[in-house]
Design a protein around this ligand. Structure first.
Ligand SMILES: [Zn+2]
Length: 214
């Protein structure tokens, strides 16, 4: 597995601090289960967090020193950024307890031609679901009111941010507007957790949103 897109520092930090929602935590856990590079970064953050707690109060840490720590994490040698974590199933272990071991056995619900969804139980305002999109299909351009975390499980897509393949994670916030296009020759399947409903930027998207329930 050749992973090119990783989790954001801020997301990892929130995850380690237990400050992300249930859906986002599931996506982060799924990415970590296949990405040694991000596992390494989490271990470092946990070590730093433990050391800070031992030294005294976390509130004594200035924003600047926190930024410095995060920059140093980024400056770590990148030899682990392209990794091949052994995994016998396309379904990451944290997801398997929800859907079993095969993406093909999931009871997909067809929304429109070339688009299927499978919702996962979630808490709060956010939505956590699996999305399966046929080759050549594109989503309506949209932005987000909060974060959107997407772990690629099969196939690939391209958007304004880059090209995402199996194992990659797209860690997006409300500054990004994108329109993913599936460019693999087979269906693209991904796990998505959104904090809030998406905000479509095109009229077609706005009209279709209530219809698609997306
Ligand atoms: Zn990673």
């Amino acid at each position: 597995m050749n992973i090119k897109h990783h989790l954001d520092e801020a997301t990892l930090f929130s995850y380690v601090a237990g400050a992300v929602g249930q859906g986002a935590a599931l996506v982060v856990a799924c990415h970590l289960s296949v990405c040694e590079h991000c596992q390494h970064r989490v271990r470092k953050l946990e070590t730093i967090g433990g050391a800070l707690l031992e030294k005294g109060s976390l509130s004594a840490v200035s924003d600047n020193s926190l930024l410095h720590v995060l920059e140093r994490l980024d400056a770590e040698p990148l030899e682990t950024s392209v990794i091949s974590a052994p995994q016998d199933s396309e379904v990451p272990r944290p997801l398997a307890s929800y859907v079993g071991d095969s993406l093909d056995d999931i009871p997909w619900k067809k929304v429109v031609s070339g688009l299927w969804i499978h919702n996962l139980p979630s808490q709060g305002e956010g939505v956590t679901r699996l999305l399966r999109v046929a080759p050549g299909k594109t989503a309506f351009p949209h932005t987000h009111r909060g974060s959107e975390l997407t772990q690629l499980l099969r196939g690939s897509y391209s958007d304004d941010v880059g090209r995402f393949s199996s194992g990659d994670v797209a860690d997006l916030d409300d500054r990004i507007t994108h329109q993913p296009l599936v460019d693999s020759d087979h269906d693209c399947i991904c796990l998505i957790a959104t904090e809030f409903p998406l905000r479509y930027t095109s009229l077609m998207g706005k009209l279709a949103q209530p219809l698609l329930g997306l």
